[in-house]
Design a protein around this ligand. Structure first.
Ligand SMILES: C[S@@+](CC[C@H](N)C(=O)[O-])C[C@H]1O[C@@H](n2cnc3c(N)ncnc32)[C@H](O)[C@@H]1O
Ligand code: SF4
Length: 372
């Protein structure tokens, strides 16, 4: 047991008011009424059945993601966290994060979240520009977001927000304005995503007009300058934080720690019997409630393991140290090391430490493709 990687818990709560045109996450717009009770009972059942995979480890972080977790009444969250604490180990002062949409964050809801054991709230702001929010098909506006952030700062919960740049009806100035508002709000963590046009989305079928590459690059330069000037550090491709405010949960993903995902469509990475495995749960709420067992258990070995490892650990801006490699059971094959050396010669990777150079971080897809 001593030699197992650290373990996080991800809980997927799939309900949304409407499906955003760019989103390919596993969500449902069905009403919660019929299924929420049954889903939470399935989540507990899933945890019980995962006892062997958990293998007596203490959870080092817990993350409620979606979908829109803030559509769920906090009584379910409180009851679930009580159950978790009573049956499983959880580290002291565990980071417990919760994704919320701005319109759901009333002062009562925030107080109840706090009382349930949530200590970190991730608000899906995306932008403070109303025209851009419309183009992204969001159901909130900038004043909803400002109100939510004000309530959050009064609550003393840890806050983080999500912003998306590079979408329709936006440009580098949109991002600059968004970041200025974010910086004024006094929040110490930001997830900053470039809009990805994913298959199986409305934007994929009917591609909107997007800003060109030059404009995207300009947005990235402006935002990086602004964030650095305000003492934010980029610790992962999409994650920026002030000192001591990195997300424990995010870091565990990119350091190749283990995570157990429960809920419809949730994915997991677990080390057992000397191998790392990835697996998922059934997608629809109903099928997950009927059967919470893992599907598609994939043993990671050979080239697939090298690639999986590379796309995860190289996202960490500062790379990963030997202690971390050992604690998370990362054994590098000769083949991996050979490819890494090629990347060092190309200027993509650092020499004495596993991680990218500035160039490798900038051209991460090219750098990682060496392992494919
Ligand atoms: C799946 S959502 C869940 C949180 C919440 N429902 C929301 O939308 O605000 C998590 C985050 O993923 C990001 N996201 C989702 N789809 C994306 C896409 N196609 N490109 C870039 N970011 C995306 C958004 O910033 C969003 O806040
Ligand atoms: S982006 Fe968020 S709110 Fe929109 S459909 Fe996806 S999970 Fe739901």
């Amino acid at each position: 047991m001593d030699n197992l990687p650290e373990l996080s818990l991800y809980v997927h709560l799939p309900w949304c008011d409407k499906k955003c045109p760019y989103c390919d996450f596993n969500v449902t717009t069905d009403s919660l009424n019929d299924s929420v009770k049954e889903l939470f009972s399935a989540l507990k059942n899933d945890l019980n059945e995962s006892e062997l995979l958990i293998n007596q480890r203490a959870f080092k972080s817990i993350y409620f993601g979606g979908g829109t977790p803030s559509k769920v009444a906090t009584t379910f969250i409180k009851d679930f966290l009580n159950f978790l604490h009573s049956k499983f180990k959880v580290v002291l002062n565990c980071e417990v994060s919760f994704e919320a949409n701005p319109i759901d964050l009333t002062s009562d809801y925030i107080a109840e979240l706090k009382d349930s054991g949530i200590n970190r709230v991730s608000v899906g702001i995306q932008s403070f520009d109303n025209q851009y929010l419309d183009s992204l098909g969001r159901n909130h506006n900038s004043s909803d977001s400002l109100k939510a952030l004000e309530l959050l700062s009064e609550s003393e919960l840890i806050g983080t927000i999500d912003l998306i740049y590079g979408g329709p009806n936006s440009n580098s100035l949109t991002l600059k304005n968004d970041l200025e508002i974010f910086l004024d709000a006094g929040i110490n963590h930001l997830s900053l995503y470039q809009l990805n046009i994913e298959p199986n989305t409305i934007f994929y079928k009917k591609r909107p007009l997007l800003p060109d590459e030059n404009e995207i690059e300009k947005a990235e330069i402006i935002s990086s300058d602004l964030l650095v000037k305000n003492n934010f550090n980029q610790y992962e491709i999409s994650s920026w934080s002030k000192k001591n405010s990195k997300s424990v949960h995010n870091q565990n993903y990119w350091k190749y720690g283990d995570y157990l995902g429960i809920g419809p469509g949730a994915s997991s990475k677990i080390y057992k019997d000397n191998f790392h495995y990835r697996f998922r749960k059934r997608n629809s709420v109903k099928s997950y409630i009927n059967d919470t067992k893992p599907i598609h258990m994939e043993k990671l070995e050979g080239k697939e393991f090298d690639f999986d490892l590379a796309i995860n650990i190289l996202r960490n801006k500062s790379g990963i140290d030997d202690k971390n490699l050992a604690s998370n059971q990362i054994k590098l094959s000769e083949r991996f090391i050979e490819k890494y050396k090629i990347g060092v010669d190309m200027g993509y990777f650092q020499k004495g430490r596993l991680g990218t150079t500035e160039k490798g971080f900038k051209f991460l897809d090219d750098a990682v493709s060496l392992f494919s």
